[in-house]
Write a protein that binds this ligand. Structure first.
Ligand code: GLY
Length: 391
């Protein structure tokens, strides 16, 4: 299976010609292509670095090289360049964008330019820290925003996905010796643990603070079914993000949180071994699975499994792996570009109008489902090598 994944990854690059697949594919399985500009900019490039790490074949690097100018400009974050090219200026997703591309490239090739780009990006990410609230602010105002309440909320908002951005800070802290970067990452993880992780191990998608004072206000959702539900990809970000924070700090409290979130995730799997897109949605209408949540959680569970022996975790790994490979693999479909099927960008439905499908991108391939599944397969192949490379 690994060879098939990387054959497809390399072949895709020939058609992509330096373009970035933002999210989903067309009906014939071809990724839609863009000039980049969002949080998903690094997932295809990330697949190329995984391909290089596994095969040692420089052809993967040659394709990845085509994206280097883009990442350099992305880290420069010039407002005029962003505006002209329809790029969202760097926000908390800076971690996704530069860990998978520049940190990975540096770890594999010792490319000094990649290191400098990633350090610059890490400083931008740390600059988003809200001192009073002790969290990294998620987003800024987008040019298409038209809801004044959301614009105001975003001034004091953190979201669970941000746990995945912290590894950039841990890496940069290690490389530069700047302990403030590490301290910022830990403080943010602690604030997420306090307000976003619920007592039962489930998670809110988002949490709002008073933008001035940093006083906590409320948890809510954007991509889930309701404010008090549990969006499964968000839960997967928690499993992975806290396990990665443990790998980067050695502080057991983060491993305990990762395990608690993982237990919740495993308990809520369907009999197929796959999660629905939201763990607490009603069952009134068609409810899509999310193979991306499954793949992210699988890679996170493998981190936990590397650190401790725990039967529930190892059973969860088997269940999810079986669910993905039996129900979601696109590897047998000729001329198809994605690795997996049945992901969900979300939100699919909202509690307020329970039967109305509100997002066309459900039950579709998405590039980050492919990326995290590939990570998981590599960790299953050689846990020590890939957990160190990907931490
Ligand atoms: N980080 C956005 C998402 O998981 O959809």
């Amino acid at each position: 299976m690994i060879n098939k994944i990387f054959e497809r990854t390399y072949k895709n690059g020939i058609r992509f010609e330096g373009k970035i697949p933002p999210n989903t594919t067309s009906a014939d399985g071809k990724f839609l292509l863009s000039n980049g500009g969002g949080w998903t900019d690094s997932f295809y490039v990330g697949m190329l670095y995984l391909g290089y790490a596994y095969t040692n074949d420089k052809k993967f690097l040659a394709v990845a090289d085509k994206y280097q100018d883009f990442f350099k400009l992305r880290a420069a974050n010039n407002p005029d360049w962003c505006e002209k090219n329809n790029i969202i200026p760097l926000d908390h997703d800076t971690g996704f964008i530069f860990s998978l591309s520049q940190v990975r490239r540096y770890r594999l090739t010792k490319d000094e330019n990649a290191k400098q780009i990633a350090i610059k990006a890490a400083k931008i990410l740390a600059g988003r820290f809200h001192e009073n609230g002790q969290f990294i602010r998620a987003w800024d105002t987008w040019k298409w925003d038209n809801d004044p309440k959301f614009i105001e909320e975003k001034k004091g908002k953190m979201i669970i996905d941000s746990m995945m951005n912290l590894s950039l800070l841990f890496w940069a802290g290690e490389e530069t010796g700047d302990e403030s970067l590490t301290a910022t990452a830990k403080a943010h993880a602690d604030t997420i643990a306090k307000y976003i992780v619920r007592k039962d191990g489930s998670t809110f998608h988002q949490f709002n603070f008073n933008p001035m004072t940093g006083e906590p206000i409320n948890g809510c959702t954007g991509q889930g079914y309701s404010d008090d539900s549990c969006w499964s990809r968000g839960q997967a970000w928690a499993v992975y993000g806290f396990s990665q924070t443990y790998l980067n700090t050695g502080d057991k409290k983060y491993l305990d949180i990762a395990k608690k979130c993982a237990y919740y995730f495993i308990d809520k799997l369907t009999v197929t071994g796959l999660p629905l897109w939201d763990f607490k949605c009603s069952q009134k209408a068609f409810r899509p699975y999310d193979s991306s949540a499954a793949a992210i959680a699988l890679s996170g569970l493998l981190n936990i499994n590397y650190c401790i022996e725990d039967k529930k975790i190892s059973d969860g790994i088997k269940a999810i792996y079986t669910g993905i490979t039996e129900h979601c693999s696109a590897l047998g479909i000729p001329d198809w570009e994605s690795i997996l099927l049945h992901a969900c960008v979300g939100p699919a439905y909202h509690a307020e109008n329970d039967n109305l499908l509100i997002n066309p991108n459900v039950d579709c391939p998405i590039v980050y489902a492919d990326y995290y599944f590939t990570e998981a397969i590599l960790k299953m192949h050689d846990s020590e090598k890939y957990i160190e490379l990907l931490r």
